[in-house]
Write a protein that binds this ligand. Structure first.
Ligand code: GRF
Length: 225
């Protein structure tokens, strides 16, 4: 790790409530880290406004001829902040090989489903349509395939009869924030790694994702499958 505090680069495309949860936790002493930059493919997005101008970077991804060009500029901007971890928090663009190779094993994403169920978009509506009784959120390492990287941790919420996609999304979001924070605490403490396509905690492979308890801490994982 470089510098006094672990350095987080946050990628976001929209509202930025997960980013705000990170900023609030840091301000309250609940996460020993520093947000060194917020990076976006949507120059007008709300997430960018949650930090001062000097910590913002954005480019309209649509103005680039191809993904590789945008990813190269994004990667240069992220690298310039010397991050220890890259956190995709509502970042709605696929990161290509070029970007991920530069930040291998230290790029995390929060996704609103219990992966491997419901990769991609509209997860809440799809969970309702599939008559799932449980839904939730996952934090996983990012690989070039969409939402396919090793899952570190999950938070589960019930699906209630009569739920709309918006109602369920709101219930999941309430658990996303503590889930992301609990996972980042492990990451910045140096307890988390990715090796052989698997997530590792304290030098042991995780055979199942960590589960967030109702007290917002992780249930101790089994050491064996
Ligand atoms: C969250 O549900 C996140 O899991 C998903 O997009 C949403 C972003 O919310 N990838 P916010 O921008 O952090 O408020």
């Amino acid at each position: 790790m470089t510098g006094a505090l672990p350095r987080l680069a946050v990628l976001a495309s929209g509202r930025g409530s997960n980013l705000q949860a990170i900023l609030d936790a840091i301000a309250k002493g609940g996460l020993d880290a520093e947000v060194v930059g917020v990076f976006s493919d949507k120059p007008g997005c709300e997430a960018l406004l949650r930090v001062g101008e000097t910590r913002r970077w954005s480019r309209d991804a649509g103005s680039y001829a191809d993904r590789a060009g945008f990813d190269a500029d994004l990667g240069d901007a992220v690298a310039a902040t010397h991050p220890d971890w890259i956190v995709c928090a509502g970042y709605m663009r696929i990161l290509g090989d070029g970007f991920l190779a530069r930040f291998a094993g230290r790029t995390l994403n929060i996704h609103p489903s219990l992966l491997p169920k419901f990769r991609g978009l509209r997860t809440h509506a799809r969970a309702i349509k599939a008559r799932e009784r449980e839904h939730g959120a996952s934090v996983h390492f990012v690989v070039p395939e969409l939402d396919a990287g090793a899952v570190v941790a999950q938070a589960v919420v019930p699906v209630h009869p009569g739920d709309s996609a918006d109602m369920l999304a709101e219930r999941v979001l309430q658990r996303e924030h503590p889930l992301l924070l609990a996972t980042l605490r492990l990451a910045v403490a140096g307890r988390l790694a990715e090796r052989d396509g698997r997530a590792w905690l304290d030098g042991h492979p995780l055979f199942k994702p960590l589960r967030l308890s109702s007290a917002d801490v992780f249930i101790e994982p089994p050491r064996h499958p």
